[in-house]
Write a protein that binds this ligand. Sequence first.
Ligand code: BYC
Length: 470
Amino acid sequence: MSIDYTERIPNNVNLAEDRRLQRALESWQPAFLHWWGEMGPTLPTHDVYLRTAVAVGREGWANFARVKVPEYRWGIFLAERDPDRQIAFGQHKGEPVWQQVPGEHRSSLQRLIVVQGDTEPASVEQQRRLGLTAPSLYDLRNLFQVNVEEGRHLWAMVYLLHAYFGRAGRDEAEALLLRNSGSEDSPRILGAFNEETPDWLSFFMFTYFTDRDGKYQLGTLKESAFDPLSRTCEFMLKEEAHHMFVGTTGVDRVVERTAALMAEHDTDDVAPFGGIPLAVIQKYLNFHYSVSLDLFGGETSTNVANYFTSGLKGRWQEERRKDDHVLTEAVTTVEQIDGGRIVTAELPALTALNHDLRTAYIADCQTGITRWNRILASNGITGPGLRLPHVGFNRKVGLFAGGHVTPGGTMVDAAAWEAGRPAWLPTPADKAHVESLMRPVYEPGKIAAWLAPPRNGINGQPLDYSYVRF
Ligand code: BYC
């Protein structure tokens, strides 16, 4: 299915054939561009080497070119429709998927789409000032790539709201541009999207841990019985892979540089040598991991049980699971706090589906830890290395909220937790040190001294390519 770039809004959904919808979206477009101008990247540039989607199939879906960022062609791209697709789970299992929204599921589906849509512009807002301190043109280009695609993911959700939810959907689409990350009066919906991303270590941790929640949530929405949502999420996941690559390799490069400085100077305290100490990397990791765990909602949730049973939101890799895909009889074990201790409890699998998704996410997060510790070892750094904190650490949502759990998984009282906090989460001094390293490097091929250079350029270009021109 090719994408029509002659239209004002590039799309592969035959927008030209639905004049009302086209007009509605064309009237949302200036509001989006205004929002981008006000809340998008603050660094002015001449052009940036960016990829743009040109098709949705397996082969060669993207085209790379120098683009003026505000002229990026944001559009609506859905994966191809499978005419035989059936609902894979829940009470409607085996029935044909829906091309329209069933009345009884209207408000739940709209809610899920709004929550998903709200995160996309939020991340652009959180990252808007990072261009001012980019460690290289390569990194700056990756930041813009992530930003324009999060903008496109907002378009993806707005298309669904406009096309399938009538007046209420159009109102929600408008509201997506009115809430803002960190705003006192109208914040973004989910906690992690109101946190700051003030420096590039935070950016790499965000794209590793928080974008990875995106991967898992989109993976469950890709299973949805509402076929347009499924097809939208399928294509979003394709774009999302690069965002996590930015996070994984970004943290790789910070760890690599830190390890090299530790080996060279035979000390853990690499701060005086312009590096980020491993203990500080661990604290940033603890923070971003724990706020990202909150994005999975409560370990037990009737919302998620209802979403699953009614076919709105499936499980990660639903069709590869070897069970009945209905789960009315199934049970699972979940950790929780009981009488000041962490215990495991057996619960109905249906209400524990957020926990099920989070379990797959945690296993995926662990692969990063393994690779970062391998980088440390290959630089001759022995010792405990980096690790994921306990799932109950620093939680604001779910069964651990309000409990005082150390990164090692011990329950302590509030005073002990506060006393431990500076060792576990970034302190003002840690943030000030990281901030002091954030100086822009805009010369082609040059790279800031607090991280290692990337292994390869983008799309086969050399590292000293002018990825961004001013
Ligand atoms: N902050 O029943 P519960 C991404 C609310 S990231 C604030 O336990 P449920 C991206 C919850 O809404 C992926 N509030 O949770 C990444 C509910 O409120 P209502 C985004 C929270 O509903 C990087 C109440 O607490 N996509 O794409 O089972 C860059 C009880 O909650 C939070 C999605 O999340 C929180 N952390 O699950 C760019 C997918 N957690 O309904 C993009 C769509 C929970 O009682 N969303 N609450 O008023 C969902 O599937 C679900 O809404 C959630 C929550 C998984 C978020």
